[in-house]
Write a protein that binds this ligand. Structure first.
Ligand SMILES: Nc1ncnc2c1ncn2[C@@H]1O[C@H](COP(=O)(O)OP(=O)(O)O)[C@@H](O)[C@H]1O
Ligand SMILES: [Mg+2]
Length: 395
C-alpha cells in the first residue's frame, strides 16, 4: 500500500518507527507535514494539495495530530475521509478524544468507569462540585492539556477554588475530578490497535509528583494486563471511534478508571518498556484494512426501499433477555441479525440457539419500520407547561 504519516515531527521517534515499519513491510510511505496541506473546495470532487501541488493517490493515512493544530489537522483528516482514503482514526474521533470533557461525556454514556468528574462555570457552583466529587485533595484539569501540563492537584478546597477562579478569569475551562489516591501516582497506558491491546505499560510518577506522564519524569514498565483492563481500553477506543489509541487508566479499588483516550499515542515509552513492535502492529492493521476494508454498513444499506441496518439493545427493547435468538422472533419479522455484540466481543452471524444476555446489542438488517416498532418509546421527561394565572399579574 501507499501510506502517508501526517506529522509535523519527521524526526520524532514515533514517526521514524512508523516509517521504518512500513518500509520494512514493503509499503510505500511518506511523512507529510500536516500544516502544508491545502484543502480545495472549489472542484466537484474533494481534493487536497500538498506544498502547492496536487496530492498523489494514497491508500491510507495515519494521522498524528498534535494538540496545537487540532482544528486544521482534523480538517485535513476529514478531507482524506471524503476522498475515501482509509484512516484508522477519523476526524471526529480525534476531536472528541482531544477534549477531555467531551470524551468524558461520550464514555460515561457507555458504562465506562471514570473518576468522578464535574464541570462548572459559575463561581458559586465550584465548591458544591468539589464536594460532590469527594472533596479535597482534588484534581483540576484544563480541557485540552497534554503530557501532564494543565493537571493540578489542589490540597485544600480553598486552594482549589482559588485556582479554578483564576483559570476561569483567564477564560480557561477546567474539569474538577476526584483524586484517585489508591492509584498512588501510577497509571496504566494500553495501546489499542483495532480490536485489541497490542502493548501495555504501567507508568509511575517520579518522587512526590502525582502525574505519571513520561514527560513529567515518570518511569515505565511492561505489564500483563488484566482482561478487565483490556476490555475497558478496547471499548473506550471503540466508543471514541479510534482504531489506534493510547488509553490511560487509573488503578481504582474497583478496577480500571479511564482518564483519557489519546489519538496520537507516543511509541517510544511503550516500545522501550515492552520491547514490542507496536509500530509494526499499527502498519499491519492499516494494511489489513486497506486490503479488506470494513464498510460502513449503516450508510451503505440504508436505502430508499425502507430497509436498513439498525442496532437493537436486548434489554430495554422488547424483553429478550434469557430467550434464544430463535425465540426472539426476529426472522419472522423479516429481520436478519448480522452480528451480536457482547462487551468487546462480536459474534458474527449468530445462530438461533444463542441465549441473549442483558447487555447484548444486535446489529440487524431489515425493514426499518419493523425494527423501530421493537424499540420502546423512551420515557421522556416532559417539561410541564404551566397554566397562566387567570388574572394578569399586577406589576
Ligand atoms: N483523578 C486523578 N487521580 C489521580 N491521578 C491522576 C488523576 N488524573 C490524572 N492523574 C495523573 O496525572 C496524569 C495526567 O493526567 P491526564 O488526565 O492523563 O492528562 P494529560 O492529558 O496531560 O496526560 C495521569 O497520567 C495520572 O498519573
Ligand atoms: Mg495522559
Amino acid at each position: 500500500m501507499k501510506i502517508a504519516v501526517l506529522s509535523r515531527a519527521p524526526q520524532a521517534y514515533s514517526t521514524q518507527r512508523l516509517r521504518a515499519a512500513a518500509l520494512q513491510r514493503g509499503h510505500t510511505v511518506k511523512v507529510l507535514n500536516t500544516l502544508r496541506f491545502a484543502i480545495d473546495l472549489t472542484a466537484d470532487e474533494p481534493d487536497l494539495h500538498y506544498r502547492g501541488r496536487q496530492l498523489s493517490d494514497y491508500d491510507a493515512i495515519l494521522p498524528r495530530i498534535g494538540n496545537s493544530i487540532t482544528y486544521f489537522g482534523t480538517a485535513v483528516v476529514r478531507q482524506f475521509e471524503q476522498m475515501d482514503v482509509y484512516t484508522p482514526n477519523t476526524a471526529n474521533g480525534i476531536s472528541s478524544a482531544r477534549d477531555k470533557l467531551r470524551a468524558n461525556q461520550i464514555l460515561s454514556r457507555h458504562n465506562i468507569a471514570m473518576p468522578p468528574t464535574a464541570f462548572v462555570r459559575n463561581r458559586a457552583d465550584v465548591r458544591p462540585a468539589i464536594e460532590r466529587v469527594g472533596g479535597a485533595p482534588v484534581v483540576i484539569k484544563l480541557l485540552e492539556g497534554t503530557q501532564g501540563i494543565g493537571v493540578i492537584l489542589a490540597p485544600q478546597v480553598k486552594v482549589a477554588e482559588a485556582i479554578i477562579e483564576t483559570l476561569h478569569s483567564t477564560k480557561q475551562n477546567v474539569l474538577i475530578q476526584k483524586f484517585i489516591s489508591e492509584s498512588r501516582g501510577r497509571d496504566i497506558r494500553a495501546l489499542v490497535v483495532g480490536d485489541r491491546v497490542v502493548a501495555a505499560m504501567r507508568r509511575s510518577a517520579a518522587g512526590d509528583e502525582f502525574r505519571s506522564n513520561v514527560h513529567r519524569g515518570g518511569s515505565v514498565e511492561a505489564v500483563e494486563l488484566d482482561p478487565i483492563y483490556e476490555r475497558a481500553a478496547v471499548r473506550s477506543a471503540q466508543i471514541m471511534g479510534l482504531r489506534v489509541a493510547g488509553v490511560d487508566m487509573l488503578e481504582g479499588d474497583d478496577g480500571p478508571l479511564v482518564m483519557e483516550v489519546n489519538s496520537s499515542p507516543g511509541l517510544q515509552g511503550i516500545e522501550t518498556a515492552t520491547k514490542l513492535d507496536v509500530a509494526g502492529a499499527i502498519i499491519d492493521y492499516i494494511a489489513g484494512q486497506v486490503a479488506f476494508p470494513e464498510i460502513d454498513v449503516r450508510q451503505r444499506l440504508t436505502v430508499s426501499t425502507g430497509y436498513g441496518v439498525a442496532e437493537l439493545m436486548v434489554h430495554g427493547a422488547v424483553d429478550l433477555v434469557g430467550k434464544t435468538l430463535g425465540e426472539a422472533g426476529l426472522w419472522e419479522r423479516d429481520i436478519t441479525v448480522l452480528t451480536l455484540h457482547r462487551g468487546v466481543s462480536v459474534i458474527p452471524n449468530p445462530r438461533k440457539h444463542v441465549v441473549l444476555e442483558a447487555d447484548d446489542r444486535l446489529f440487524c438488517f431489515g425493514k426499518l419500520d419493523e425494527m423501530r416498532s421493537m424499540v420502546p418509546e423512551r420515557r421522556r421527561r416532559r417539561a410541564k407547561v404551566r397554566r397562566l394565572p387567570r388574572q394578569p399579574l399586577s406589576e
